[in-house]
Design a protein around this ligand. Structure first.
Ligand code: FAD
Length: 316
């Protein structure tokens, strides 16, 4: 099977979730990568070690600007050029917006939020998360042409031992007004680590009592190279900015490590964080629901536990 894996880049590197998509694609068939934006040929050729044999790279400025119609068109054209009948993409806000467009443009079936590699023993069966990750459905994809979006952490990033991928540049030749939409400017949120992409997240809730107590959360995040996040009431009360609110109605995160401090673990909060690889809950109430979802739990007062944890981490 020929698989086109669409990758997103950030600051000249391929995002971790996109590397997961390449590894996923290599378990399904031969992988051609579709990349866009400003990124070096060396970086793209290096995707060979994750299983890509070829990279189609478009550096069209419309694509750099994240115009979704242009991106979907590029992916459909790249799939046709590389004669791929399966398109694999790691879920993100961009991919969630373009996946169905790509499916229409390539006349494919679409399955979203996949959490398992396909079982091909009797067809092409994949498991997908439903009800915000509280349940799973197994779907058999009968169509020859498929668009698959992959949940974060569905597979581990691993080097599969290939040589450099060949890199081919691709010109979409879009005009500035071809899609009727032009991104004028981008304002990045403050902070070094962007929450949706963060590999580690330190998050806190109403248990912290007030915005003046966030210093210890920021210190711990800095020690860990993590992004900071919060529960909904915390952002509703303006203790923290709204772009830090995670959960069902906020940002969905899937870091390697999610530390929840003074957060009860309501179902709406868990819906946005339950794809995290390792969850640590710190709560003074031993009955807090978060402990059922956590891999590790510390029953204790956040004002004692967090500074001590930070101190220990700094020593190591
Ligand atoms: P609380 O429920 O007040 O919990 C505070 C916790 O801190 C408690 O467990 C307490 O034991 C602990 N604590 C107190 N003091 C300390 C201390 N000194 N040390 C350690 N622990 C301490 N919520 C979200 O977060 N994200 C969402 O996207 C979201 N969407 C929602 C959508 C809908 C439609 C609805 C109805 C609700 C939604 N909520 C969401 C709200 C959600 O139901 C909870 O009310 C919210 O998550 C609770 O936030 P919290 O855990 O910070 O506060």
């Amino acid at each position: 099977m020929s698989v086109l894996v669409f990758v997103e880049t950030d600051g000249g590197s391929v995002k971790k979730s996109s590397l997961e998509a390449i590894v996923y694609g290599s378990k399904v068939g031969e992988v051609t990568v579709a990349a866009m934006g400003t990124i070096s040929n060396d970086e793209l050729a290096g995707l060979g070690k994750y299983g890509a044999t070829k990279v189609i790279h478009a550096d069209d400025t419309q694509l750099d600007n994240g115009v979704i119609q242009a991106t979907a068109s590029f992916i459909a054209q790249a799939a046709e050029k590389a004669a791929c009948n399966t398109v694999v993409m790691a879920r993100s806000s961009l991919v969630d917006a373009i996946a169905s467009r790509v499916a229409v443009k390539t006349d494919s079936a679409i399955v979203t939020n996949i959490v398992s590699v396909p079982d091909t023993s009797n067809g092409f069966a994949v498991k997908r998360g439903i009800y915000t990750g509280k349940a799973f459905a197994t779907v058999n994809v009968n169509a020859e042409k498929k668009v698959l979006t992959i949940a974060k952490n569905a597979v581990a990033v691993e080097e599969v031992g290939g040589g450099d991928a060949t890199v081919e540049s691709f010109s979409t030749a879009y005009g500035a007004n071809d899609f009727g939409v032009e991104r004028v400017s981008v304002h990045k949120a403050e902070g070094d680590v962007l929450l949706p992409e963060a590999d580690r997240v330190v998050s806190a809730g109403r248990g912290l009592k007030g915005p003046e107590n966030w210093g210890m959360i920021e210190d711990l995040a800095q020690t860990l190279g993590a992004a900071t996040a919060c529960s909904k009431p915390v952002s509703d009360m303006d203790w923290r900015p709204h772009h830090e609110h995670v959960g069902q109605t906020g940002i969905k995160v899937a870091p390697t490590l999610y530390i929840a401090v003074g957060i009860s673990g309501a179902i709406q909060h868990l819906a946005g964080v339950n794809s995290s690889k390792v969850i640590v809950a710190i709560n003074k109430d031993p009955e807090a629901p978060f402990f059922k979802a956590a891999d590790y739990g510390v029953v204790g007062d956040a004002f004692e536990v967090v500074p001590k944890l930070n101190e220990l981490l700094k020593q190591n």
